[in-house]
Design a protein around this ligand. Structure first.
Ligand code: KIV
Length: 257
């Protein structure tokens, strides 16, 4: 059975585990534990200190995705289409094909609902697997990064968008910072899995930016739980290295040619 079908079949059975990776070192650790590895355009802020994901370009995504690919064997690999690469059907297909060909990813992710649904349909008709992304959309200039879906008008729009995306064939939808009741309703209303980030336990799966959950990022949103504080561990190792160099303990004979 192909990886996409396996993910869809997990709905209502077992939760789906998705995490981001930007390099082989991380993807090779994640792969054993994840169903989906996402090369997210969050790499713009996490790695490059960009003000917004709008500054990420297709070369950034392809370079990192190639590295990630080397560490992924079993998980489904999804790559974000960066801002401005899917503004019309023609561009979207050309850029999606380039990403799939060069990175050997199995799917791509696009942000948005009704506005992009024709583009998504065009990609799927051309055999590109697509993951949707609704709620807070970081590529949107006016995005305020607060939660979405609390107001009835927002809730109804999100449900409509999710149904539209399902209808044209996306295999799952990321829900970013969607109010818990709305996330529950969307998850019930569609037959493909929802993958939540800051969108409650009601989603079919969860995704986090790995640098957040391992404590490499200093700050984080309300929904970020640091499952380990790697900054502390790294600091510990660096301090020991410094001490041993200063005390002429390292490199001892064992570490010398
Ligand atoms: O860019 C990203 O990492 C994402 C996740 C936060 C879902 O889109």
């Amino acid at each position: 059975m192909n990886k996409i079908k396996k993910i869809i079949l997990k709905k209502n059975k077992t939760k789906i585990i998705c995490l981001t990776a930007y390099s082989k070192n991380i993807s090779s650790i994640l792969d054993k534990y994840t169903d989906i590895i996402l090369v997210g355009d969050s790499l713009g802020s996490v790695l490059y200190n960009f003000k917004s994901t709008r500054q990420v370009n297709i070369s950034n995504m392809i370079d990192h995705a190639k590295s990630v690919r080397d560490g992924v064997k079993k998980s489904l690999m999804v790559v974000d289409m960066p801002y401005d690469t899917y503004k019309n059907k023609l561009d979207a297909l050309k850029n999606a094909k380039k990403i799939v060909k060069e990175t050997k990813c199995e799917a791509i992710k696009l942000e948005g609902g009704k506005k992009i649904v024709k583009i998504v349909k065009h990609l799927i008709n051309n055999k590109i697997n697509v993951m949707g992304h609704l709620g807070v959309l970081p590529q949107n200039k006016k995005e305020n990064f607060k939660s979405k879906g609390k107001l009835p008008s927002e809730k109804n729009k999100l449900i409509r968008d999710a149904k539209l995306l399902e209808k044209v064939g996306v295999f799952s939808i990321v829900l970013e910072c969607v109010h818990l009741k709305t996330a529950k309703e969307i998850t019930k209303a569609i037959n493909i899995p929802t993958i939540g980030i800051g969108s409650s336990l009601h989603c079919d799966g969860q995704v986090l930016v790995t640098d957040d959950l391992i404590g490499l990022n200093k700050s984080g949103s309300k929904f970020v739980k640091k499952f380990i504080n790697l900054r502390k561990n790294i600091e510990h190792g660096i301090k020991k290295f410094r001490e041993e160099v200063l005390n002429k303990k390292y490199p001892s004979k064992k570490y010398s040619y």
